[in-house]
Every structure is written in C-alpha cells, then in structure tokens.
Write a protein of this length. Structure first.
Length: 176
C-alpha cells in the first residue's frame, strides 16, 4: 500500500465547503475551557460537513492561536456562532426544529450505537465541560441523551475524542 499525498486525497477547498450540502448536525460546546479541544472540534466538524458550531459560555472563540493550532484552518470553513448561555442556543435551535441531543452519562441515556437518526431530522449535539460535563439544566432541555459505553477505569473521554466518535457514528448513519 502506498500512502496518499494531499493532492491525491482530492479534498474540497473552503469555497466548495461553504457551498456544499452539510450534514444535519450542529455541535454545541457547553462551557469548554480547553482551546485545544475547541480547535479539535472545529477540525472534526469540518471532516463531517457539520452545519455549524455554537460556542457557549466560557468557550473561547476564534481567532485565537491555541484554537488555530489544532483546528488547522477549520475555523475558516465551519460556520460558528457565540452564545453567552447554552440555554439561549438551545432555544434558538428548538425554534428551528432541531432535536437536542446531550452527550452525557444520565438516567435513561441511549448508547450511541443504539441511537438511530431520522433522515428528515436535524440534530444539535451538546458537548459538555471537561470536568462537569453537560450542565443539568441543558440535560433537562434535551430531547435525547446519548452515552458512549466505556469499560476501563475512567469515567469519560476527552471532549474532542467524544465529538469525533459521535460525529462519525451519526454521519455514517446519515451518509451511508
């Protein structure tokens, strides 16, 4: 097997990305403190043609060198919007008929692999604070809570890893 060069990957440019059909997902970052995590979420969101990222509360906003370091330009391709409060973002999303999906460990959560998206539905995916998780008031406002099963000693994945796993699974269902 020969490793492919960047030219052989035939990636779209920013202009093509902006005009391309997006997946029906908006990622909502609920008070994310790590700028590297924010940058990584931008990069994964670009890879899966996410419609937008909503940055809420203490979550940093581009332009910032630490976001740029991990986003590698994805802050230019992926649309984003800032909200002082995550519930304000949720209210806007609900008014646009998005289903609110918190990624959290909670009573009656659905394992990621058991959640089936509907092709005619749009989803807002809430990713929570690195230590505190998704705020309870945000969980309360959610239509679904998804959980990624874990089998080791740790109780959670890094938010950038979680976002990548969730986006891949939902994008896979949407596209394939």
């Amino acid at each position: 097997m020969k490793k492919l060069s960047n030219d052989e990957l035939h990636r779209i440019d920013i202009k093509e990305f902006k005009s391309s059909k997006k997946s029906p997902f908006i990622v909502v970052l609920d008070n994310i403190r790590s700028l590297n995590n924010v940058g990584s979420v931008f990069r994964s969101s670009d890879a899966f043609l996410v419609e937008a990222i909503y940055l809420c509360g203490i979550t940093a906003q581009p332009p910032h060198k630490d976001i740029h370091k991990t986003a590698l330009g994805a802050t230019e391709s992926v649309n984003w919007k800032y909200f002082e409060n995550t519930l304000n973002a949720i209210n806007e999303l609900k008014s646009k008929d998005y289903k609110i999906v918190s990624i959290e460990q909670a009573e009656d959560s659905i394992f990621l692999q058991d959640f089936k998206i509907k092709s005619d539905q749009k989803y807002a995916l809430i990713m929570g604070h690195e230590v505190k998780g998704v705020a309870q008031e945000v969980v309360d406002a959610s239509d679904y809570v998804l959980e990624i099963p874990q089998f080791g000693t740790k109780h959670s994945f890094n938010i950038s890893v979680t976002t990548g796993m969730v986006l891949w699974e939902l994008f896979r269902q949407y596209k394939y």
